[in-house]
Design a protein around this ligand. Structure first.
Ligand code: 4NP
Length: 158
């Protein structure tokens, strides 16, 4: 079976989805799961930029690696390339549904659907807020990453 291809999506692709990419990359390596992992934004403001320094600082403190990431926008061919397209919040999901071609047979949902015990369904946008917002983002993303690992271990056994 091909390794599952997973795309994390937020608005700017500089805070939440790059964090999800970095966290999930480490979780999948630790679980010995081979995956294709990428992230993108529904907005175009930050195309080509590295992740927000605040996300990188908090993420690096927890041992995650953000190297090589640059923001990009979601494109139509993502729907044929990725088995899982996981939105950080309901607005991102609604924007993705608008972009989604009718034949898409992959899995399109909010990332926190994989964290049913989390206190939230959306990973809140931390961009205009303070430090605690970035810590909340990492905590929620870690919960959902664990849930997604368990889901993939059941649905994509080696
Ligand atoms: P993200 O956060 O969607 O988690 O990357 C944002 C980054 C930039 C903007 C909004 C949200 N912005 O409006 O520029």
């Amino acid at each position: 079976m091909n390794p599952p291809a997973i795309l994390f999506v937020c608005l700017g692709n500089i805070c939440r989805s790059p964090t999800a990419e970095a966290v999930f990359r480490r979780y999948s390596q630790q679980a010995g799961l081979s995956c294709i992992i990428d992230s993108a934004g529904t907005g175009a403001w930050h195309i080509g930029e590295p992740p927000d320094i605040r996300s990188v600082d908090y993420g690096t403190q927890r041992g995650y690696d953000f190297s090589g990431q640059a923001a990009r926008k979601v494109i139509k061919s993502d729907f044929s390339r990725f088995d899982y397209i996981l939105a950080m919040d309901s607005r991102n999901l609604s924007d993705l549904r608008d972009l989604c071609p009718p034949g898409y047979s992959g899995h399109l949902s909010r990332f926190l659907d994989f964290a049913p015990k989390a206190a939230a369904q959306d990973v809140p946008d931390p961009y205009y807020g303070g430090a605690d917002g970035f810590q909340t983002v990492i905590g929620l993303i870690e919960m959902a990453s664990s849930g997604l690992i368990h889901h993939l271990q059941r649905s994509h056994p080696d």
